[in-house]
Design a protein around this ligand. Structure first.
Ligand code: TTP
Ligand code: MG
Ligand code: MG
Length: 452
């Protein structure tokens, strides 16, 4: 393990909720809950002001409303969160080429590899400057942990929350970890935690005292050994730059075109299994299943289906690929088949939203769209709490609530200070959905508000 605290872990504070507060001045310092607002919705996150009432991520929304009836309840605006995340990740990449994002709001950075830190002092300075730069670019707070390993850097940023920086001096790791609950260590979830507790082990120190042999007996070889190493604060995992592979895919070209439909189905299932094997070897899972078909005439088309959450389950991939095949005309024969999984991420969070429950099907542009669906009748507009709107007369605002044919809009922008509320008919032609505004004004001379 390196002997300087040059691994940095950044995690933004109450990320979605903080973006909402930065966007909507009237919500600053207030309880804000972001998540699915439908009957089966769950909380994505809550502002620190709302956490005081016990509201937290993954809680059913109905329960959150009982705990914090006066909080603002908002739908997530993923495009804005993603844009802010891109800004933050770009700042991290200025520090080092070795940046490993774990989710939209979180990443490891190897500062030593970037030459931006070599000892505790330079690491602290770099961490402090990063927090300032993030605030300047986005208006938001991120907490920073610095340590000589990934595990400790992540524990440090957790300790630093909210809005802080914690540096763990090499040599002090074990004393620091000792009294912490076993759940602090990566890979110790509720089940392992219970299992260990029944064996009388609740702290990291007790894990270390139990010894490797005992942990292997309790948890099996791989898990037991890994946990023992972590209990001794040994963690050699390197920071790995953003995964090169945005997808994992396999394909086969056939010497002779295949015509037989059951045979094509069989090949697709085989490819799905091979693809999942590759995926698992890389320790990945993914959300989008892609089927590629090249026909006898070399026309190539792809079909994809996005699942509710990432998978590495061969059965799920096989079934999805089979469904996609059902929508492809293979008369005439095929000369190439491929199955891929993309949307690779550890990020499994959006799937918590009930409204994302429907798999969405997309067609790639390679394939001309055969029929253009008849334009549906414009339904009465559906205004969702938190969404951006623009009014011809009053300008930019956001939907505060709607019901009984009315929609209430608060007119404010990230720079405006708290704004006024006005109510309209839901069908008011002067009111339209709008794009989010940048949180920090774009300096003159820079390319537009190309934020989104
Ligand atoms: P986190 O970093 O886990 O949480 P947070 O940033 O809201 O709060 P903090 O780090 O200060 O404790 O997650 C980042 C974002 O990911 C979060 O703002 C919303 C989203 N998310 C979900 O949608 N569902 C979840 O269960 C979790 C944990 C997060
Ligand atoms: Mg966070
Ligand atoms: Mg996070």
């Amino acid at each position: 393990m390196r002997n300087a605290p040059t691994i940095l872990h950044l995690d933004m504070d109450a990320f979605y909720a903080s973006v909402e507060q930065a966007s909507k001045p009237s919500l600053r310092g207030k309880a804000v809950v972001v998540g699915g607002l439908g009957p089966r919705g769950v909380v994505a996150t809550a502002s620190y002001e709302a956490r005081v009432f016990g509201v937290h991520s993954a809680m059913p929304m109905a329960q959150a409303r009982r705990l914090a009836p006066n909080a603002a309840y908002l739908v997530p605006r993923f495009s804005l969160y993603r844009a802010v995340s891109d800004q933050v990740m770009a700042l991290l990449r200025e520090l080092s080429p070795l940046v490993e994002p774990l989710s939209l709001d979180e990443a490891f950075v190897d500062l030593a590899a970037g030459g931006t830190a070599w000892d505790a002092e330079s690491a602290r300075q770099t961490g402090l400057r990063l927090r300032e730069d993030i605030r300047a670019a986005t208006g938001l707070a991120g907490s920073v942990g610095l340590a000589a390993s990934k595990m400790l850097a992540k524990i440090a940023s957790e300790e630093a929350k909210p809005d802080g920086l914690v540096l763990i001096e090499p040599g002090t790791e074990r004393a620091l970890l000792g009294p912490m609950p076993v759940r602090t260590l990566p890979g110790v979830g509720p089940a392992t935690g219970d299992h260990l507790r029944r064996a009388g082990i609740t702290t990291v120190e007790e894990l270390a005292e139990a010894g490797e042999a005992e942990l292997v007996r309790l948890l099996g070889k791989a898990h037991g050994q890994a946990l023992y190493a972590m209990a001794l604060a040994r963690d050699e995992r390197p920071v790995v730059a953003e995964r090169e592979a945005k997808s994992v895919s396999v394909e086969d070209t056939y010497d002779v075109d295949i015509h037989d439909r059951p045979r094509i189905g069989f090949e697709v299932r085989r490819l799905a299994d091979r693809c999942v094997r590759r995926l698992r070897e890389a320790g990945l899972s993914g959300r989008t299943i892609v089927l590629k078909v090249r026909r006898y005439d070399f026309s190539t088309l792809t079909r994809s289906e996005t699942l509710r959450g990432p998978t590495d389950d061969p059965e799920v991939v096989r079934e999805a690929a089979g469904r996609l095949l059902d929508s492809v005309d293979t008369t005439g024969g095929v000369r190439l088949l491929g199955v891929g999984v993309s949307g690779l991420a550890d990020y499994t969070q959006e799937d918590l939203f009930a409204q994302a429950a429907k798999p969405s099907r997309e067609e790639s542009p390679e394939e001309p769209v055969a029929e253009s669906a008849a334009a549906p009748e414009p339904a009465a507009p559906h205004w969702r709490a938190g969404q951006d709107v623009r009014h011809d007369e009053f300008g930019h605002g956001w939907v505060q609530g709607s019901g009984v044919g009315r929609v209430t809009v608060r007119f404010e922008t990230p720079q405006s200070g708290p704004g006024r509320v006005r109510t309209f008919l839901v069908t008011d032609p002067a009111l339209r959905p709008a794009d989010p505004l940048p949180l920090v004004p774009v300096p003159a001379g820079q390319p537009g508000s190309g934020l989104l």
